[in-house]
Design a protein. Structure first.
Length: 317
């Protein structure tokens, strides 16, 4: 009889102990905070989308398309998007024969279409809700692409910045967080470019140094710069290129302020490529130009130029 009583007491004690452990475990789980959003765990990036008067205005289709491609394909901690708008080119562009210039007749038309475009864009931004804060800024003087970006840079407070042109839409997914992480681990990645064309190799250059586009002085560039080298990280693959591009790319604010703008300012309002492509093939350390290439030399294009200089832009299908 006593044995039965002892067994019953032991059983009651055992069940009680198990229940107590379960309750303690349950309470500790309830006290754990929900995991922080991955977005907040990575270095923030500011995106600048540069725009200027074009024949497709007053329609806002180009900016709408760019924003749509950003929200569809850019993954990561983009903390703010700045829509940087230049003003109508003045008459000095006639003297410099610049690509960014338009005939005087067209510039006169812009005086009507550009203000209408800006008003429509502001209404579009007011009527829609975006996951990322969007800030609008307009330059006071005509600076071309270089001056327009530099004006917007005054609003950038992050270490990293992605520079985007208003007619270069993203056509494949890009994990910005992983690229920034690689740039932090590999300081030689100073500028990561996103290719407008499929990666290619110039026929005259068997060492694979002509990736991205033709650039000035390529044939004279030293062959010991490592151009064509492949860098594979845990996250991405990059290919070193001698070519500097002002098309969509990711870099740091210090790189812009300390390297790019001081070199390009004397040639305002020309594109940055006008200056940088004459220099980048000769100093891979200083300029650190790489192409984001997920499939190496077989990588397809990352961005598409739908050309807002056309009355009817040709969008990616």
């Amino acid at each position: 009889m006593m044995i039965i009583i002892y067994l019953m007491l032991f059983l009651i004690f055992f069940i009680g102990a198990v229940l107590a452990l379960f309750m303690i475990s349950g309470n500790s789980t309830e006290k754990l905070k929900a995991p922080t959003s991955l977005k907040k765990n990575f270095e923030p990036v500011t995106m600048i989308i540069s725009a200027s008067p074009v024949p497709s205005h007053p329609e806002t289709i180009c900016m709408e398309k760019i924003l749509s491609s950003v929200f569809s394909h850019i993954k990561g901690n983009v903390s703010k998007i700045i829509l940087a708008h230049d003003i109508i080119p003045d008459d000095q562009c006639d003297k410099k024969r610049m690509h960014a210039c338009y005939p005087k007749k067209k510039r006169e038309e812009f005086k009507d279409t550009y203000p209408k475009y800006l008003e429509s864009l502001k209404k579009y931004l007011e009527m829609n809700t975006f996951d990322i804060p969007i800030e609008f800024v307009q330059a006071e003087t005509w600076g071309g692409l270089t001056g327009n970006i530099n004006n917007a840079m005054k609003l950038v407070e992050t270490k990293y910045v992605m520079l985007v042109q208003h007619d270069l839409e993203f056509v494949r997914d890009i994990d910005v967080n992983s690229i920034v992480a690689d740039m932090q681990q590999h300081p030689d990645l100073k500028m990561v470019q996103f290719n407008k064309d499929h990666n290619n190799v110039f026929h005259r250059d068997p060492k694979k140094t002509g990736i991205l586009q033709a650039c000035h002085n390529l044939g004279k560039a030293p062959k010991d710069q490592g151009f064509g080298d492949i860098k594979k990280t845990e996250n991405n693959t990059f290919i070193k290129t001698p070519c500097w591009t002002d098309q969509n790319h990711l870099t740091t604010t210090d790189y812009w302020r300390d390297v790019v703008y001081p070199l390009c300012e004397p040639n305002l309002p020309r594109f940055m490529e006008y200056t940088m492509n004459k220099l980048s093939p000769f100093d891979s350390v200083k300029f650190g130009t790489w192409v984001w290439s997920p499939e190496g030399f077989n990588s397809k294009k990352t961005i598409h130029h739908f050309n807002c200089r056309r009355k009817k832009p040709i969008f990616f299908k």
